[in-house]
Design a protein around this ligand. Structure first.
Ligand code: GLN
Length: 509
């Protein structure tokens, strides 16, 4: 394989080539590091890359293989982690100035599992500060560009991870999704992104945004890659009190089966409220056209398609934007200038409260402050019932809409995002327009169910994502259907992927 082959192939194929001895982990890791050195100044996917440490861990894996040690399927494959994932000794900022310079003393459970699986950490990826945003423009550090068109956003909040994988700067990456932050960036960069069932991937060591919603998951070039990476991080963790004590789901097998293209008898519901009749406001016609084509492909493979109405979904946006900021206002209280990172004004002339206030004033960006104020207000006495309480009731209604739907269908589908990637800067002064990007992803988040975004073609030359939602713990169904769709449009998808990686100034040399 040439360096370009290495940086454009799937992680599963890299794993196989490593196992067969056709490639060494050092070769693979260096190919990625070289490409990062050559193009990440333009893309801005990473906040931190430690080339030396990456090569060292690749050497260790190669040596273990040479000794004949039993290694897992991911061993030697490099990877990128969103900077919200705590990594021992490796700078972790969550995209915020308030954590600048912090080197955590421990690994998040998922980071530890990926280390134990023999993956090589390339670096930590850029993100909206504390995962609040849909464009990665809320990062305190840098702009990240969409490899398909570098004047456009890569989605958010996991925009560093999406840009890295789409630009060939990592074979795959971990993102986190609170209201859509894995699925939407995957959609607008032509990747697969899966938000697991709430509680099925440990949150231990993920810097908390909204604890009842946060989940980590894979962002990859293929459905099989997503399933493999998901299996590696899933499973019960006693360190996370909301972790589900159930066996690791069988996902790669579901993806392989799905790729066979037989969906006979599968009942698919198209959600009316997410871009259907009477609900097309804000949806681009090109997005709706690609989604309709994907639905037709599913039908062609034997699926039975019907419309499903979920009326409470119309209220998902206001409910989410009360619940998530409320939890964030409480979670972010720990950043006080005493325990971690930044401390401002501690010169002996000020008391603790003043130092705390100055630190938070300078350490948090405007969107984070907006959410803290919103959340504190919604939780304050006298308003709690009117805002937070009402939002929780809406959350219950949304969950009930799903429960009712599962009587009639096996999966629900929709666009992942109402639009393709927009221009950098276009929505920064309009928070409501920014929040509208989450219209389709929020219901699954609020209900805690799994949802995957899989590429379904291009509109105006930019990727469109197709969302597949399934009942809690039926993540395998998302993978099966996504793999079938991927196989059905494989030729087109292969072209799209290469166009993305090879576009404009990011063309591999
Ligand atoms: N865009 C949503 C928000 O800003 C979702 C973010 C996320 O999933 N982390 O809150």
């Amino acid at each position: 394989m040439t360096a370009t082959d290495i940086t454009t192939t799937s992680a599963a194929a890299l794993g196989e080539a490593l196992r067969a001895g056709e490639l060494s982990s050092v070769e693979v890791t260096r190919a990625y590091l070289d490409r990062i050195a050559a193009t990440d100044e333009t893309i801005g996917a990473y906040l931190h890359v430690d080339a030396e440490a990456a090569v060292e861990s690749a050497e260790a894996i190669d040596a273990a293989r040479a000794r004949g040690e039993e290694l897992g399927p991911l061993a030697g494959v490099p990877l990128a982690l969103k900077d919200v994932v705590v990594t021992e000794g490796v700078p972790t900022t969550s995209g915020s100035k308030i954590l600048e310079g912090w080197r955590p003393p421990y690994d998040a459970t998922l980071a530890a599992r990926l280390k134990a699986a023999g993956t090589v950490l390339l670096g930590k990826t850029n993100m909206d500060e504390f995962a609040m945003g849909s464009s990665t423009e809320n990062s305190a550090y840098r702009v990240t560009r969409n490899p398909w068109d570098t004047d456009r956003i890569p989605g958010g909040s996991s925009g560093g991870s999406s840009a890295a994988v789409a630009a060939g700067l990592a074979p795959w990456a971990i993102g986190t999704d609170t209201g859509g932050s894995i699925r939407q960036p995957a959609a607008v960069t032509g990747l697969v992104g899966h938000k697991p069932t709430y509680g099925s991937v440990s949150r231990y060591g993920l810097i908390a945004f909204s604890s009842s919603l946060d989940q980590a998951g894979p962002m990859t070039r293929t459905v099989l890659d997503a399933a493999l990476l998901h299996e590696a991080i899933a499973g019960h963790d006693p360190l996370d009190s909301t972790s589900i004590d159930a066996p690791v789901p069988v996902l790669a097998e579901a993806a392989r089966r799905g790729a066979g293209g037989d969906l006979a008898g599968l009942r698919v519901g198209v959600v009316t409220e997410l871009g259907g009749e009477g609900h097309t406001d804000g949806y681009e016609p090109g997005v709706l056209a690609r989604v309709a084509e994907a639905v037709a492909l599913l039908e062609g493979m034997g699926a039975e398609v019907r419309q499903v109405s979920c009326p409470a979904f119309d209220l998902a946006l206001p409910a989410y934007y009360l619940i998530a900021p409320s939890e964030a206002s409480s979670n972010l209280a720990r950043f006080d200038g005493v325990r971690y990172g930044l401390r401002v004004g501690d010169d002996g002339s000020r008391d603790l409260d003043e130092v705390m206030a100055l630190t938070r004033e300078q350490g948090f960006g405007p969107e984070v402050k907006r959410r803290i104020i919103l959340g504190t207000y919604a939780l304050s006495s006298g308003y709690y019932e009117a805002y937070y309480g009402q939002a929780q009731k809406v959350r219950t209604l949304i969950t009930r809409n799903f429960t009712t739907a599962w009587d009639d269908v096996d999966v629900l589908v929709s666009p992942t995002s109402p639009t393709v990637a927009w221009s950098i800067g276009a929505r920064v002064d309009d928070p409501i327009a920014m929040y509208a990007a989450d219209l389709c992803t929020l219901p699954a988040s609020l209900a805690g169910i799994p949802a995957i975004s899989v590429p379904c073609g291009l509109s105006e030359g930019l990727p469109v994502g197709f969302q597949i939602m399934a009942p809690a713990l039926a993540d395998d169904r998302c993978y099966r259907v996504a793999a079938a769709l991927e196989a059905a449009q494989d030729a087109a998808r292969g072209r799209a992927l290469l166009t993305g990686i090879g576009s404009k100034e990011n063309a591999p040399s």
